[in-house]
Design a binder for this molecule. Structure first.
Ligand SMILES: [Zn+2]
Ligand SMILES: [Zn+2]
Length: 166
């Protein structure tokens, strides 16, 4: 999969005072904690830019999918999101995204990355009743619940059995 287009020619916009729009689809690398975008699922972007006096308004419509690893059972799930964002910039002032409106081409990947990062959680749990992994053998307890005795629990009703070495 090719990368999503993040560089856009805005020279036309400042000459004609009109509105320009683009669509692009592809990959962008975004990673945070147990989350990451993958090349298997394209990110879809619609972008509109308007020149309003000293301001440049940018409308973004982003559809994206990323992988999230459950913090308890480590199972990887796909998370789908659709998010819209409108940002405006004063062309003559610096901005948080370091976008240079003095040039004909702007690079908007920081805006796209931020929009995706906002949806990525530090702790992701696949479902509220997720049982996590067995502390003894590491098996996913959502699939099968381990029946074997737990070695380190002295109070366990099974501890006498393990001592007999059956
Ligand atoms: Zn889980
Ligand atoms: Zn186990």
């Amino acid at each position: 999969m090719s990368f999503i287009q993040t560089k856009y020619d805005i020279s036309r916009l400042f000459n004609s005072k009109s509105e320009i729009s683009f669509e692009s689809s592809g990959h962008i690398d975004v990673k945070y904690a147990g989350n990451k975008t993958t090349k298997d699922t394209p990110i879809n972007l619609k972008i509109q830019m308007r020149n309003v006096y000293e301001k440049l308004e940018i409308d973004l419509e982003l559809g994206f999918t990323f992988e999230s690893e459950c913090s308890r059972c480590l199972d990887v799930n796909l998370v789908n999101k659709d998010r819209n964002l409108t940002v405006d910039f004063n062309k003559n002032q610096s901005n948080d995204y370091d976008i240079d409106f003095g040039s004909d081409e702007i690079e908007i990947s920081p805006i796209i990355s931020e929009l995706i990062l906002n949806e990525m959680k530090l702790q992701y749990i696949c479902k509220s009743e997720c049982k996590g992994l067995c502390t003894e053998c590491g098996k996913n307890q959502n699939l099968t619940i381990c029946k074997h005795p737990k070695k380190n629990l002295k109070e366990s009703p099974f501890s006498s059995l393990t001592e007999l070495d059956l």
